[in-house]
Design a binder for this molecule. Structure first.
Ligand SMILES: [Zn+2]
Length: 274
């Protein structure tokens, strides 16, 4: 009888945990999941062909990715295994990140952007998904009860990693929520503030899409490196509001001046990708 009461209390606590957004995964679970996922990507070269131009990869990695990563606002550099990879697919304007620090950019996105700042903004956004543990948070609230039940029933704790890997194998859970996207946009500004890049550059991609009529307010248009909700136009406005509150200038994607690095992007990336 007593045992049952304890069990009910235990499950009650878990329900509370899940509904309040507590993450059931450890940092080392995240790293393990990321490694497994990265292995899957590399095995699946048909869907995820790795981009072979080492010169361009090195430039983006050393000059932009590592530079953003050096921001003191990024706290888990020594915990997660931050790595950049580029997927060769010129028609996909996309980027994504998986737990544990793996960030993937599509060549389509790189070729669409036209400044180092714009790419740094996207990279900051993707790093924020990792740092803020968005994927495992979503898994925790969606599958928390199931995971805990399996542990409570005496299964091996490594079950968590196995289940998470299964969930990821379909890529379905990589879709971020509206709140996750918004938080990552916000953190991109925070991270970029200590870099050579214009802090508001996360909105450049959306602005270019909007100006070229590739998106419409309401979330239609091309699938983006970020999900289509909240809609891109709303995200431009939210980012502008944040810059305003921080006392930072509001530049658009066509801005020429300090912190943008358009010439460098063309010379070292775009011209080398032709
Ligand atoms: Zn995102």
């Amino acid at each position: 009888m007593k045992k049952n009461v304890i069990r009910i209390l235990f499950f009650g606590l878990i329900v509370v945990a899940c509904s309040t957004g507590i993450n059931l995964f450890t940092d080392s679970d995240e790293v393990k999941m990321g490694q497994q996922f990265d292995e899957e990507i590399r095995k699946n070269s048909k869907e995820y062909p790795i981009y072979e131009n080492q010169q361009v990869k090195d430039y983006i990695d050393k000059r932009i990715f590592q530079h953003v990563l050096a921001s003191p606002e990024i706290k888990k550099k020594s915990v997660y295994n931050y790595q950049l990879e580029i997927i060769k697919n010129d028609t996909t304007l996309n980027a994504f990140a998986v737990p544990g620090g793996y960030v993937y950019l599509y060549t389509g996105l790189i070729k669409y952007l036209d400044s180092e700042a714009a790419l740094a903004g996207v990279i900051g956004h993707e790093i924020a998904h990792v740092e803020r543990r968005h994927a495992t948070q979503r898994i925790s609230s969606a599958y928390g009860l199931q995971i805990i039940a399996s542990i409570a029933l005496g299964n091996n704790p490594s079950q968590i990693a196995v289940m998470a890997a299964n969930l990821f194998s379909g890529l379905g859970l990589l879709a971020n929520s509206r709140a996750n996207e918004d938080e990552s946009d916000d953190y991109s500004i925070k991270y970029l503030q200590s870099t050579r890049y214009y802090p508001g550059a996360v909105k450049f991609f959306f602005e270019k899409m909007r100006d070229e009529n590739k998106v419409s307010s309401g979330g239609g248009g091309v699938a983006t490196f970020l999900s289509t909700h909240p809609d891109p136009v709303a995200r431009i406005n939210t980012t502008a509001d944040r810059l305003n509150k921080l006392g930072l200038p509001i530049f658009s994607w066509t801005h020429v001046g300090d912190g943008i690095y358009r010439t460098e992007y063309k010379r070292n990336i775009l011209d080398k990708m032709k």
